[in-house]
Design a protein around this ligand. Structure first.
Ligand code: E4P
Length: 218
């Protein structure tokens, strides 16, 4: 399973990258605003900065909600850097734009997916990635993981090449459950990645190994 980090924070992206296990980055307009990145030029430059830190795909989201606007913005985003993936909202014009970019060989990520039907449409439009938001479904008492399982089954039934990018991952158990369900990618905050490192028995075991070494070599 690929690990993407879901942030526009440069320090956190660098920290995840330094672990050697980072496969890409997802951003959205809220995450850019959270980092104080505003204004078209600054936003575009920030995407380039992110691409220069990581080796993998970097999702950059369009703001337009009409087909022509999405094509215009997406084309400009894709021209920024070969690692850019054009992130499109799961609406009718977003699906049309997805097909447009797929036909041109430009990578896409269809975002704000909350149902299996939406994921089926994204795959038929040739999306590179589909982003089901599992945490936001959990937030409204709906089983987000069940959606990942449904999409996995549908994509496998028809050998769709669209990759399931489990989004809105909030914690380590989401990461593990996505891996069990065969999600192709997960994107989450740095804490959901670093949290996988932790186990008290690892800490206790390491302390004992070091103490025994010290005794033997005193
Ligand atoms: C996906 O690409 C989104 O950026 C993100 O995962 C949303 O997560 P949230 O629901 O925690 O805001």
């Amino acid at each position: 399973m690929k690990f993407f980090i879901d942030t526009a924070n440069i320090d956190q992206i660098k920290e995840a990258e330094s672990l050697g296990i980072l496969d890409g980055v997802t951003t959205n307009p809220s995450l850019m605003a959270k980092e104080g990145i505003t204004g078209a030029d600054n936003i575009l430059q920030h995407y380039v900065d992110i691409c220069n830190i990581v080796d993998g795909d970097v999702s950059a989201e369009v703001i337009a909600t009409d087909f022509e606007g999405m094509v215009r913005e997406g084309t400009a985003l894709a021209a920024l850097h070969p690692q850019i993936v054009v992130k499109l909202p799961m609406i009718a014009d977003g699906i049309k734009a997805c097909k447009y970019f797929a036909d041109k060989g430009i990578k896409t990520n269809v975002t704000l997916v909350f149902s299996a039907g939406q994921a089926l449409l994204a795959a038929k439009a040739g999306a590179t990635y589909v982003s089901p938001f599992l945490g936001r479904l959990d937030d409204v008492s709906t089983d987000g993981l069940n959606l990942i399982a449904e999409i996995r089954q549908i994509y496998d039934n028809y050998d769709f090449e669209t990759q399931i990018l489990a989004a809105s991952v909030r914690h380590t158990m989401h990461v593990i459950d996505c891996a069990k369900l065969g999600s192709d990618v997960m994107t989450g905050p740095l804490s959901s990645i670093k949290g996988l490192l932790n186990h008290p028995l690892t800490d206790i075991g390491l302390a004992k190994f070091l103490a025994d070494y010290e005794k033997g070599n005193a």
